[in-house]
Design a protein around this ligand. Structure first.
Ligand code: SF4
Ligand code: SF4
Length: 323
C-alpha cells in the first residue's frame, strides 16, 4: 500500500471522532493543489500528498478552537502546530496530527519560469508527475522535465525537518535528512552584504510596491490577533489608510517583531504575496537574532516557552549585571 493510501486509511478510521481533517486536494489545474477539508470518506479519497502541497494547513487551526480536528502536515507545517501548542493557541486534546515523510514542495514561480523558458504557457498545465527528484509538467501537449533541486521552495533547500516534529499518526518510512543547500539563505546573505543605507533603500523599494492586501498576514499560522491587528484596528489607530511607503514599512516591521522567535519560517507570507516582496527575510533576520541571544528555534519543542513570551531575571546570553 502506498503511503498516501495508508494515510487515507488512517484518516478514515479517525474521521468519526473529528469535526474534519485538513489536507490538500487537486486544484483548478494540474499545477495547483488547494486546501481540502475532509468530512466524509469521499472527501478523504481526494487527498493528495507530494510536491504540490505548498500551503501550510496549520493556518486554519486557531480558527477552529474548541473543535476536535485533524490536520495533515509536512515537516515544516508540523513546526507551526507545535508553536501553536506551545503558545496554548490550540489544545493538544483537540488536534490529531497526521503525516508522512516529505520530499519537498515546489516554488510555483520557479516552475512557471522554467515553463516560460521552454516556450510553454503555465496556464495550460494538464499533468504534473513528481518523484522527489524531478518534476515533469505537461502543458500544451509538451512535457518539460525539471530537476526538483532547481524548482524546490527555498525553505526546502535549507530544510532540517523533512519529518514531522510531532505526529499522532506517521505512515511510511521517514524521509532522509537533507543536506542544507548553500543557496537556502541567499536572501539573508545578500542583505548582510549591503550597507545599512542600501538595506533601507532595498526595503523602501519593496514596500513602495506593497498593495496592502495583507495576504502575508492572512497566510501566517502564527498571526492570531484577528480583528485586533494593527492593520485594521481603529482603537488604537496605529495605521492610517495613507498609501505611503512609511505606513507600509511600519506594518511589516510590527508584523515581523510580533513574529520574532515565533516564526517557523514556513514561508507562507512570502509565497502568498502577489507582489513578490521578500517579506520572509525580515522574519529570518529576527529569528537569527533570537537564536543568537536565546539559543531558541521556534516550533521544535512542544514543552519550550518562546523567549519573548516569558520573563527571566537574568538571560544566559544577556548579562545585564555581569559585563
Ligand atoms: S511569518 Fe511567514 S514564515 Fe513565519 S510563520 Fe508566518 S507565514 Fe510562516
Ligand atoms: S502580501 Fe505582499 S503586497 Fe500584500 S500586504 Fe503583504 S507585503 Fe504587501
Amino acid at each position: 500500500m502506498s503511503r498516501l493510501e495508508e494515510l487515507k486509511t488512517r484518516i478514515k478510521e479517525a474521521l468519526p471522532g473529528l469535526e474534519c481533517v485538513i489536507g490538500w486536494q487537486k486544484g483548478y489545474d494540474a499545477l495547483h493543489n488547494t486546501p481540502l477539508f475532509m468530512r466524509s470518506d469521499a472527501d478523504v479519497d481526494k487527498l493528495e500528498w507530494g510536491a504540490l502541497n505548498v500551503h501550510n494547513p496549520a493556518v486554519y487551526l486557531p480558527t477552529m478552537a474548541g473543535k476536535k480536528v485533524g490536520v495533515v502536515v509536512k515537516g515544516c507545517d508540523s513546526r507551526s502546530v507545535v508553536e501553536l501548542l506551545q503558545e496554548k493557541l490550540i489544545d493538544r486534546d483537540n488536534v490529531v496530527i497526521f503525516s508522512t515523510g516529505c520530499d519537498g514542495v515546489v516554488d510555483l514561480s520557479k516552475v512557471k519560469a522554467k515553463l516560460v523558458a521552454a516556450g510553454v504557457s503555465a496556464g495550460n498545465a494538464e499533468k504534473v508527475v513528481t518523484d522527489g527528484k524531478t518534476v515533469a509538467v505537461t502543458a500544451g501537449g509538451q512535457t518539460v522535465a525539471m530537476a526538483m533541486a532547481d524548482v524546490a521552495a527555498d525553505k526546502c533547500l535549507r530544510c532540517q525537518f523533512p519529518n514531522a516534529v510531532l505526529a499522532d499518526v506517521f505512515v511510511g518510512d521517514p524521509a532522509p535528512q537533507p543536506t542544507a543547500s548553500p543557496s537556502g539563505n541567499a536572501d539573508l546573505d545578500a542583505l548582510d552584504a549591503m550597507s545599512v543605507a542600501d538595506r533601507m533603500a532595498f526595503w523602501r523599494y519593496h514596500m513602495d510596491r506593497c498593495i496592502r492586501c495583507y495576504a502575508c498576514r492572512n497566510a501566517c499560522p502564527m498571526c492570531v490577533c484577528r480583528d485586533h491587528c494593527i492593520a485594521q484596528s481603529r482603537e488604537p489607530h496605529w495605521l492610517s489608510q495613507d498609501d505611503s511607503t512609511t505606513e507600509k514599512l511600519m506594518f511589516q516591521v510590527v508584523h515581523a517583531m510580533h513574529l520574532a522567535g515565533r516564526c517557523t519560517e514556513c514561508g507562507e507570507c512570502q509565497r502568498a504575496c502577489p507582489m513578490d516582496i521578500p517579506v520572509l527575510a525580515l522574519k529570518k533576520h529576527l529569528n537569527r537574532t533570537i537564536h543568537d541571544l536565546f539559543d531558541y528555534q521556534a516550533g521544535v519543542d512542544v514543552a519550550a516557552i518562546p523567549p519573548l513570551l516569558q520573563f527571566k531575571l537574568e538571560e544566559d546570553n544577556i548579562k545585564e549585571r555581569g559585563w
